[in-house]
Design a binder for this molecule. Structure first.
Ligand SMILES: [Zn+2]
Length: 312
């Protein structure tokens, strides 16, 4: 899979032969008249904005006529989406882009993704999803493969008007130190879970310490993780590691965890987000709503047919 850009001809084939109305998620269709639609027609950005549609059929006609490079909708609902007037609320969105992960076990550079970092992005989004449902009691949330990572979209009525989105973001990413790291439930448990998730993947290049300290931390990695899992406060008591290093390590991982999710997307309710069912033309993958995450494999379920028919 080489994630090559889709041609105009391939986009046309996709929207004429493969795209189906029924693939637009129910959570979009149910309030379609309240969403702003935005289109990128040529790969130069979303220059065709403030569109609105009364029905999915009307939207389908537009796609078949224009086969756009990219399609987004607003995460917000408006009475008059064409003017973005009379704001009604917004989804709470977590955007995990595989290309932006600070710690990953692959050699991807410059906006590229591969099977490895895509599966790491999936692991992160699943951890956040569990925290949202188990800790925060959220029920209506949807997973989307974005074409180059994952979106978690929450449409519970309770969170739509919520103004505390940056706090939720800190909570689910475990990016703020809690006073007591070892309470069995609640935020400290999320903090430990996310710390382990990131620390476990770290290699020499990911740690900002001297060679000696880095080696000490890496050779004791399994012990550190198992102590943290069993709530042992001495999890970083290692020969040669002082309080400053301990503190720096925690801060470093908190910073990385804060960057797992694109915070601007979560906090800014004016954002537009790629619409599931449409094509991510830059990498020739479909953005799809994920019905069953356990067997979801982007390389099986999000590759458009035209990619298999390519000759070169
Ligand atoms: Zn990669």
């Amino acid at each position: 899979m080489d994630f090559k850009e889709a041609s105009l001809r391939e986009r046309k084939i996709y929207y004429h032969e493969e795209w189906k109305e029924k693939d637009v998620p129910g959570f979009i269709v149910e309030r379609i008249t309240e969403r702003e639609f935005a289109f990128d027609h040529d790969g130069n950005g979303y220059n065709d904005r403030y569109k609105a549609f009364d029905t999915v059929g009307e939207f389908a006609d537009f796609l078949i006529k224009n086969f756009p490079y990219a399609v987004c909708t607003s995460v917000s609902y408006y009475s008059k989406p064409k003017n973005r007037e009379d704001w009604k609320g917004a989804e709470l969105v977590f955007d995990i882009d595989a290309k932006d992960l600070a710690v990953k076990n692959c050699e991807c550079k410059d906006g590229n993704v591969c099977e490895n970092c895509l599966s790491e992005a999936k692991e992160i989004v699943l951890n956040i999803k569990d925290t949202m449902t188990d800790d925060l009691g959220i029920k209506r949330l949807f997973l989307v493969y974005s074409g180059r990572g994952y979106h978690l979209r929450v449409v519970d009525k309770e969170v739509l008007p919520l103004e505390r989105r940056s706090e939720i973001l800190e909570y689910v990413t475990g990016s703020k130190r809690s006073k007591d790291l070892f309470l069995s439930h609640g935020y400290p448990a999320v903090y430990r879970k996310m710390f382990i998730l990131t620390f476990n993947k770290m290699k020499e290049k990911d740690l900002p310490f001297s060679k000696n300290i880095t080696n000490a931390l890496l050779s004791d990695k399994e012990i550190i993780i198992s102590k943290l899992e069993t709530c042992h406060a001495d999890f970083l008591d290692i020969k040669g590691i002082g309080d400053k290093t301990k503190n720096d390590l925690l801060s470093h991982i908190e910073q990385i965890n804060a960057s797992l999710v694109d915070g601007k997307v979560t906090v800014d309710v004016k954002r537009i987000l790629r619409l599931p069912s449409t094509l991510h033309s830059k990498v020739s993958m479909k953005c799809v709503e994920i019905k069953n995450i356990d067997n979801f494999d982007p390389l099986k379920h999000a590759v458009p047919k035209f990619v298999h028919e390519r000759k070169d």
